[in-house]
Design a protein around this ligand. Structure first.
Ligand SMILES: *[C@@H]1O[C@H](CO)[C@@H](O)[C@H](O)[C@H]1NC(C)=O
Ligand SMILES: *[C@@H]1O[C@H](CO)[C@@H](O)[C@H](O)[C@H]1NC(C)=O
Ligand SMILES: *[C@@H]1O[C@H](CO)[C@@H](O)[C@H](O)[C@H]1NC(C)=O
Length: 764
């Protein structure tokens, strides 16, 4: 090696390691080529004043800085990267970083900062990444980030944020990803994220959001990925998610028991939905018009693989959706992959068999490997309380009195299968956070006035399978947010009139399998928001004309398997939002003209099957048009049918098991069947020689007048019909109908419920 080369190497080495005593502060390492200074883990109490002005990278991790004063770094204006982690910083004074106009990355993680002041970050006009993770931030003052017009990433995870005020992030004109995971956020003001027009990803996982913040999220036009895992949400209502560009939505590890099939209707680009680790037992296919999902994750939900799951499975197959998750029951399907179960295997057994199967499952449960030892949590004797998800259960433990002393943050309280016999007043002190209360199969025959007083957060109340015969009007005192009430399988002989006047937020009332004989006027007084009324399998013989009047939003009415022998148009005269009506299995022999007229423009699904129906007036479907999507008439005694051609929006029709008379009067039906692209299932019952043949296949109609109709004779079934049918059955049309309907229903649930959280938020 030549001497000059030697000299060069030596000089290089010297330069790299030369610690220029004048310029490099004591206890720091300085690299004068890379222009970096590192003073790491030195317990420094202030920023060393003698750092070389041309330094670009300054590492001050592991010191004891306590407070960053105004212009703390004014001596080093060329910094591009500043590391201040683990330095016991409590306070960043206004203008602390002023003069750092070239800084690109600022890391303040692992300190003790509590408040982000209005001018804390002034002067950082080139900053791209700001990391304030693992501090104690509980307040962001308005304008804190207003000078950070180039910021791409803002990360404030693992802090103590509870409440997000309006315009908290104003000025972040180039923000791409905002990370707020691992805080205690329970309330986001509507304009909390206003102005973030470039944000594409928002992380809000591991917070305390009880409801999907619908309105707040609609202010985020460009977000494609939203993380809301590990929050305590219990349901998502209709049209909860309205985000135009969202493609991925994570709602894993919540406490979802209910996910509306119209929840994502207004997020047209959503393709990936994660609902894993929730409490869903069943899920409906997403409503027509919903986005085209490619992946749906249902792992670790107690999905019950019965006939109720079949529509979901069929939908997933049809739409080629990758379905993840396994069946939680019944026993013979337990553990099967949802994506592998065939729709035909999803069957419903008799009620008893199902209950037996469920009981067996419950018995099996304790033998399953138990998850990590539960954290210590307040819990009454003979109960199991899990701190992790705030669930407390005393299910099937032979309690005769309602146990007391649950942890105050209990959210789900399961008391199923005990022997309480009655519920005295004030039975649930200190349970203001409980959202879901299970009291099924507890032999309850009486609920005293004020039994549930104080359960301010209760949304779901299950009193099914008890011995209730009546309820006092004050039984539900103090339940301002009760939304879903289950009273099925009790012994009511009368509708518990007046009992719902204290439940202004009630959306769904289940009273199936009781012995109610009549529905009188005023039964729904107070339940003004009611949307679903379920009365299947009672003994109802009469319905008073104004029975459903005070519920203008009623959209689902199940009256199947009762003893009605007629329907009258006055019954539904005020039910102007009704979309689904079940009258199956009532002994109704005849349906007169215009009976459904008051609801014909809103009704989408009409169930008239298995009624022994012998005749429908020609005008019995008067008023129905393209809005009706299903009509079920199977299992009746119909020989003839009214004209179905105005029903151009039908997607499902069932005429099976009717003894149709295959002769000329049936020609319009035959022609209609030929024209629509639907499985109609119509077979001839008469004359005897044609019995069992499909209406579509028989030839008797050839000789009927009108088969080649003279123009005037049968205007309804000629060519125009075909056009109407094919035009109106297109999916886009259906979508529009659904959306139009959707817009009129505002999202009642979250609105009423968010009010509570407002109260709870910490004042800032
Ligand atoms: C910093 O302070 C801690 C605790 O006071 C001490 O244990 C440690 O040795 C100090 N480190 C230096 C480099 O002085
Ligand atoms: C910021 O500091 C934290 C804690 O030391 C570290 O984990 C993280 O990687 C740093 N981020 C950047 C971008 O420097
Ligand atoms: C349980 O309650 C605690 C305290 O209120 C809360 O911090 C935690 O997030 C809750 N967990 C769930 C899963 O709701």
């Amino acid at each position: 090696m030549s001497i000059p080369t030697w000299l060069f190497i030596i000089s290089l080495a010297l330069r790299i390691h030369s610690v220029q005593p004048g310029k490099c502060p004591k206890s720091c390492m300085c690299d004068t080529i890379k222009l970096t200074v590192a003073c790491v883990n030195k317990n420094l109490t202030e920023v060393p004043p003698t750092i070389d002005e041309i330094t670009v990278k300054l590492d001050l991790r592991g010191n004891d800085l306590q407070e960053l004063p105004t212009e703390a770094f004014s001596g080093t204006p060329y910094l591009t990267q500043l590391s201040l982690q683990n330095s016991n910083i409590r306070r960043v004074k206004e203008g602390a970083f002023r003069k750092l106009g070239r800084l690109v990355i600022l890391n303040l993680s692992n300190n003790n900062i509590e408040i982000l002041y209005q001018e804390s970050f002034d002067g950082l006009s080139s900053l791209k990444q700001l990391l304030i993770d693992r501090n104690r931030v509980e307040e962001i003052q308005p304008g804190a980030f207003s000078q950070l017009g180039f910021l791409n990433l803002l990360s404030i995870t693992h802090n103590q944020l509870v409440y997000m005020p309006n315009l908290a992030f104003q000025g972040l004109q180039n923000i791409k990803w905002l990370r707020l995971s691992h805080n205690s956020l329970n309330y986001l003001e509507i304009e909390a994220f206003a102005g973030l027009f470039t944000l594409t990803r928002l992380s809000l996982d591991n917070n305390a959001l009880q409801f999907f913040p619908t309105e707040t999220m609609t202010r985020l036009p460009e977000v494609t990925r939203l993380d809301l895992g590990y929050n305590p949400m219990t349901y998502l209502g209709e049209e909860s998610v309205s985000m135009p560009k969202l493609t991925q939505l994570f709602l894993d590890h919540n406490s979802l028991q209910d996910f509306s099939n119209a929840a994502i209707l207004l997020s047209p680009r959503l393709s990936h939905l994660d609902l894993s680790h929730n409490q869903l037992r069943v899920l409906q296919p997403m409503a027509p018009g919903s986005p085209k999902l490619t992946r749906l994750n249902l792992a670790s939900n107690p999905i019950y693989c019965s006939c109720y799951l079949r529509p979901l499975r069929e939908w997933a197959i049809r739409e080629r959706i990758r379905l993840t998750g396994t069946c939680g029951g019944p026993t013979h399907l337990s553990g099967e992959n949802l994506g592998a179960v065939l729709p035909a295997e999803l069957r419903c057994q008799s009620q008893e068999a199902m209950m037996k199967a469920e009981l067996e499952e419950l018995r099996r449960l304790p033998t399953l490997p138990t998850t990590p030892p539960p954290d210590k949590v307040k819990c009454p004797v003979n109960c199991d309380c899990e701190a992790q998800n705030n669930h407390s259960s005393c299910e099937n433990k032979g309690h005769t009195k309602i146990p007391r002393g649950f942890a105050p943050n209990t959210r789900l309280l399961d008391l199923r299968g005990n022997h309480f016999h009655y519920i005295p007043a004030n039975s649930f002190p200190g349970t203001a956070e409980v959202v879901s209360l299970h009291l099924q199969r507890c032999k309850i025959h009486d609920v005293e006035d004020g039994a549930f007083t104080g359960m301010k957060s209760l949304v779901y109340l299950y009193l099914s399978e008890n011995d209730l015969t009546s309820l006092s009007p004050d039984a539900f005192k103090g339940l301002p947010h009760l939304t879903y009430l289950h009273l099925e399988k009790n012994r009511f002989t009368q509708f518990p009139k007046g009992a719902f006047k204290l439940l202004p937020g009630l959306l769904a009332l289940h009273m199936e399998n009781n012995a109610i004989t009549k529905l009188e006027a005023g039964i729904l007084t107070g339940a003004e928001k009611l949307r679903g009324l379920y009365l299947t399998s009672n003994a109802i013989t009469t319905i008073a004309p104004k029975a459903f009047d005070p519920a203008p939003d009623l959209d689902t009415l199940h009256l199947g398997n009762n003893k009605l022998n007629e329907v009258q148009s006055e019954t539904f005269s005020k039910a102007q939002s009704l979309t689904e009506l079940h009258l199956s299995r009532n002994p109704i022999r005849w349906i007169g003209a215009g009976v459904f007229q008051p609801v014909a423009t809103t009704l989408k699904h009409l169930y008239l099957d298995h009624m022994g129906l012998e005749k429908m007036s020609r005008e019995s479907l008067a008023g129905f048009g393209s809005g009706l999507r299903s009509l079920l008439l199977e299992g009746n005694q119909l020989e003839e049918l009214p004209d179905l051609s105005p029903l151009s929006g039908l997607e499902v029709i069932n005429l099976a098991e009717n003894p149709l008379l295959c002769d000329c009067p049936l020609l319009p039906l035959r022609k209609w069947i030929e024209q629509v692209n639907l499985k109609v299932r119509a077979t001839c019952g008469h004359p005897p020689e044609l019995r069992g043949q499909r209406v579509k296949d028989v030839h008797v109609f050839k000789s009927c007048p009108g088969e080649n109709p003279p123009p005037a004779q049968n205007p309804k079934i000629t060519k125009p019909t075909k056009r109407t049918v094919s035009a109106q059955i297109s999916p886009s049309k259906v979508t529009k109908i659904v959306q139009a309907k959707g817009q009129t229903r505002t999202n009642a649930k979250p609105h009423t419920l968010q009010k509570t959280t407002t109260k709870k938020r910490k004042s800032v």
